[in-house]
Design a protein around this ligand. Structure first.
Ligand code: CUA
Length: 330
């Protein structure tokens, strides 16, 4: 092969690698990593991506070069020259992918092994899936409809189901695990950043599958132990405790509860919204919005609020929540 051809091939390969790298880096493909485990999984993604860019640039260079250099003349109908394989070339293009795939599998195996290490004293949270809600039970026996975790501590999620097969997934934790009736599957989570992130059922489990969502709130170690001691409740009106217990703040902004969620309508504008909706007295409108949120969807929002609060929140607590919201509404 002439030196000029090799230089041309190399130039095309560099160009292809540059284009692929720009595509890989300029788009936010992955959610933020909120745990040690997620960081390791993201490393595997990038490790495989770099290999893919390398392979892509070599293949693209050879293809482009051949198309440009060995193009047949418009009226050339003759057969190409007979070629009888090339043993060395075949060994090379078999060996290189074998090495790369082996490298990916070794890195993945190391990450999987590290990600299953829960240390000697993990916080064990039982995760129970039912059609169509999540229940998270702490060592003190208390259960919540949302997950709260301490930053910096190993947490073992012990996942099962009461009816059909569901699957636990929080994109920011980067891990998925099936929830299977009669079986206990575990994942280890070591949170690294505070915040509230979605928990999603990622196994088609029935009509309400798309609505089977909760969220995970990661608190600092201090805030978490306070939360745990208070039984997930804080001082203040009883309605505030209900608001926090059922995770309303994960999706809604509400200043009296220091909630800043933006998935659902801003509850600080509740009176204004109620007037716009024009669906009867404020208390009735709030109750309807909690129990049958699909009855009226605020403009600009979608039907994503779980339809299950009517059965999850006991009637007395629902009353407290409605009073708390209407009493503090602006
Ligand atoms: Cu539970 Cu899908």
């Amino acid at each position: 092969m002439r030196r000029g051809s090799i230089l041309q091939l190399a130039a095309i390969a560099v160009l292809a690698a540059l284009i692929a790298s720009v595509v890989a880096l300029s788009i936010n493909w992955l959610p933020v990593a909120a745990s040690e485990e997620a960081k390791r999984i993201h490393f595997v993604y990038w490790f495989a991506t770099v290999i893919c860019i390398g392979v892509f640039s070599v293949v693209a260079a050879v293809l482009t070069y051949c198309v440009l250099k060995f193009r047949a003349a418009p009226d050339d109908d003759s057969d190409g020259p007979p070629i009888h394989g090339h043993t060395k070339l075949e060994i090379v293009w078999t060996a290189i992918p074998a090495v790369l795939v082996t490298a990916i599998s070794i890195v993945s195996a190391v990450v999987l092994a590290q990600n299953s290490k829960a240390g000697s004293d993990p916080l064990v949270v039982k995760v129970t899936a039912v059609q169509f809600a999540w229940k998270f039970t702490y060592p003190d026996g208390k259960s919540y409809g949302f997950l709260t975790l301490p930053k910096g501590r190993h947490v073992k999620l012990d996942i099962t189901s009461n009816d059909v097969i569901h699957s636990f997934w929080s994109p920011e934790l980067s891990q998925k695990q099936d929830a299977v009736p009669g079986q206990h599957n575990t994942i280890v989570v070591t949170p690294t950043r505070t915040g509230t992130f979605p928990v999603i059922c990622t196994e088609l489990c029935g009509l309400g599958h798309a609505l089977m969502r909760s969220h995970v709130t990661i608190l600092t170690a201090d805030a978490f132990s306070r939360w745990l001691k208070s039984g997930g409740q804080t001082k203040g009106p009883p309605g505030l405790a209900v608001f926090q217990q059922f995770g309303c703040g994960g999706c809604h902004t509400f200043k009296p509860a220091a909630a800043t969620g933006t998935v659902g309508p801003d509850l600080d504008k509740l009176k204004e919204e109620a007037a716009k909706a024009n669906r009867g007295p404020l208390d009735k409108f709030i109750e309807e919005s909690i129990v049958t949120p699909q009855a009226y969807i605020a403009p600009g929002f979608q039907d994503v609020m779980p339809h299950t609060f009517g059965s999850q929140i006991p009637p007395d607590k629902l009353k407290q929540l409605v009073q708390y919201l209407s009493g503090n509404a602006q």
